[in-house]
Design a protein around this ligand. Structure first.
Ligand code: HEC
Ligand code: HEC
Ligand code: HEC
Ligand code: HEC
Length: 181
């Protein structure tokens, strides 16, 4: 009982820290400053080669407009909330939560999965997992949490949904830090 109580208090504190510091989406360019070298694991290169990097541009195609029209959406796919919600980063979040240099055109960026990064991006915080999580970084240590994150977008709400084989799809976009593996 006492443990449960301290756990609840701890969560409350972690939440209040996160909210108090008000994390903003800073964009893939900022993350890449430290995550593009071979030593770090070339996360930028791996992400750029993935379809996530072009998810916004996909909505600018004639194919996308056709899919949108078939769903009864008036206007362009790239302007429709029904499409943007899975094809960009932080859709629906208040405009004040985006850094001036954030570019929506970059599609499904690092922070779509890792959380808005303004408060965890400093070297001091990044090197400490608990501090990073307290500052807004998504915690993927729990069993099944990675797959659950993917399925917030890879689900039947997608007009082009293909059954999501997690192991296979994760292998395509995995971007580990080499020293750790
Ligand atoms: C100032 C440099 C720097 C910036 C900017 C930066 N990182 Fe990091 N990041 C690091 C370092 C250093 C580590 C720790 C590597 C280690 O422990 O081996 C790290 C670790 C991580 C980890 C693993 C953390 C863990 O505890 O599991 C993730 C995920 C991550 N970064 C994502 C991001 C994202 C997303 C952004 C942009 C919002 C970003 N980083 C910006 C330097 C940076
Ligand atoms: C629930 C999340 C979600 C929503 C909402 C969504 N998409 Fe997607 N979209 C995806 C995912 C995930 C993929 C990757 C392929 C798949 O569907 O499994 C994708 C792929 C696509 C593709 C590439 C074609 C292909 O077969 O890979 C197009 C075009 C597209 N979406 C257009 C749209 C349009 C237009 C809308 C709005 C009417 C929309 N999407 C809404 C998640 C979504
Ligand atoms: C589609 C979701 C997604 C996107 C986009 C994404 N990541 Fe990740 N990333 C993950 C997940 C999930 C993990 C956790 C893997 C694990 O714990 O095994 C991870 C792990 C990491 C790690 C830690 C690797 C390790 O070995 O500990 C770093 C660093 C990282 N990501 C940086 C980035 C950067 C930088 C970008 C953008 C260029 C990015 N990620 C884009 C989902 C994503
Ligand atoms: C914010 C929404 C979002 C999240 C979260 C997300 N994806 Fe995606 N993913 C997309 C969209 C949208 C596309 C289609 C982009 C395009 O074709 O323009 C896509 C495409 C892909 C593709 C290439 C198409 C295919 O089906 O082979 C892979 C692989 C993929 N995602 C893996 C993952 C994995 C693994 C995770 C979880 C770690 C994940 N995604 C999380 C939105 C997301």
């Amino acid at each position: 009982m006492k443990n449960l109580f301290s756990f609840v208090i701890m969560i409350a504190i972690l939440c209040s820290v996160t909210i108090a510091k008000d994390p903003k989406f800073i964009g893939v360019k900022k993350c890449s400053m430290c995550h593009k070298s071979a030593k770090q694991g070339e996360q930028l290169k791996i992400w750029k080669a993935s379809n996530h990097a072009k998810a916004y541009k996909t909505l600018q195609t004639a194919e996308a407009d056709k899919i949108a029209a078939e769903k009864g959406i008036k206007g362009k796919a790239v302007e429709a909330a029904e499409c943007l919600k899975c094809h960009v980063t932080g859709h629906g979040v208040d405009a004040s939560k985006f850094d001036k240099k954030f570019k929506i055109e970059e599609g499904v960026q690092c922070e779509a999965c890792h959380g808005a990064g303004s408060e965890y991006k400093s070297m001091k915080v990044m090197k400490d997992h608990a501090k990073s999580v307290a500052a807004g970084m998504t915690d993927f240590t729990a069993e099944g949490s990675i797959e659950a994150q993917c399925k917030t977008c890879h689900n039947e709400e997608s007009p082009t949904y293909k059954p999501f084989d997690f192991e296979k799809k994760w292998a395509i976009i995995a971007h580990p830090i080499p020293a750790k593996k």
